[in-house]
Design a protein around this ligand. Structure first.
Ligand code: FES
Length: 310
């Protein structure tokens, strides 16, 4: 129940609502989210064409990595910190294919991180026979993009973290890389929160349909194969048309304020319905889920998939 003071906006929630609010607060887990990101995932790292004769530096999750061409694998990835005395592999050399040499004392490692030679000691050196290894990271090249597994354990199937189009021969994938000076949590939250029906209500695309109402519960979160967390947005297929407007009782007004949008919606109605009937291609979802939910979703740690069908 909501009391009078609360209705007037003068009090914090009471009764059932207060209990619900307290529960919500106790469930707040934001503080345990790692500021530098979740590690047990595959991440897009660098375009294959950018990995050439020299070590290519990329920083991911606060870790400095170096990519270079492999011999038995397409692209190798190694921590930029040399296990000898911390020399920086970013300044190193790839004298022989599938190897990287530290710029400080010439320790030379294979694409799997095994120490092969110490160039300053000659072939008599015993060090290459002691089982010394540099930290390497598994990689996979798909559609010209090098993905890297940042986790400590065995890599999960990359299919769980990468859009299915990356494996389809008939899919054309375009890449655009851009650095944002923001912590990853803000950008992911922005993709998942409920600002769009208000902030973007008059953009060309969202203006084609009735104004959105996300409801008090928000999108549904779920896990794929017990690890890949996803948040799905509620959209299009099989869903009833949203209301033209909503009366807000405490406010005493309706939203949206005018009905001009209906004319605009009518003009785009045919195209919107036709697009909504197109089959989704998101194979991570079960077929039944694809029917129920559209293809838009947020897939942790940082993939946002937008369904532009309708
Ligand atoms: S620090 Fe890398 S070889 Fe010595």
């Amino acid at each position: 129940m909501v009391d009078v003071e609360q209705k007037q906006g003068k009090a914090t929630p009471s009764g059932d609502l207060a209990a619900e609010y307290a529960q919500w607060q106790s469930n707040d887990r934001r503080e345990i989210i790692p500021p530098l990101g979740f590690r047990e995932y595959w991440y897009p790292a660098v375009l294959l064409k950018k990995v050439g004769k020299h070590p290519k530096h990329v920083k991911i999750l606060g870790t400095d990595l170096v990519f270079f061409r492999g011999k038995d694998i397409e692209v190798a990835c190694i921590s930029s910190v040399c296990p000898h005395r911390g020399g920086n592999f970013q300044e190193g050399d790839c004298h022989w294919k599938g190897t990287i040499t530290c710029p400080y004392h010439g320790w030379t490692f294979s694409e799997t991180g095994e120490l092969l030679a110490v160039l300053v000691e000659g072939d008599d050196s015993k060090l290459p026979h002691l089982g010394i290894n540099a930290r390497t990271y598994p990689t996979r090249v798909l559609k010209g993009m090098v993905f890297v597994w940042m986790g400590e354990g065995e890599p999960a199937p990359i299919e769980e973290d990468v859009p299915p189009e990356m494996f389809r021969e008939d899919a054309h994938v375009l890449f655009h890389l851009e650095y944002w000076l923001v912590n990853w949590r803000q950008s992911v939250e922005n993709a998942a929160d409920a600002h769009a029906p208000y902030v973007h209500r008059n953009s060309f695309r969202t203006g084609q349909v009735a104004i959105g109402f996300s409801g008090p519960v928000g999108p549904r979160a779920d896990a794929v194969n017990g690890r890949a967390s996803i948040v799905r947005s509620f959209r299009g297929r099989g869903i009833q048309d949203p209301p033209t407007f909503v009366n807000f009782t405490k406010l005493g007004h309706k939203w949206p304020k005018s009905r001009w949008r209906r004319l605009w919606n009518w003009a785009f109605k045919y195209g919107v319905k036709r697009n909504a009937k197109a089959k989704p291609t998101w194979s991570v979802l079960e077929p039944a889920q694809q029917e129920e939910w559209g293809g838009s979703l947020l897939h942790l740690p940082g993939m946002v998939r937008l369904d532009q069908r309708g």
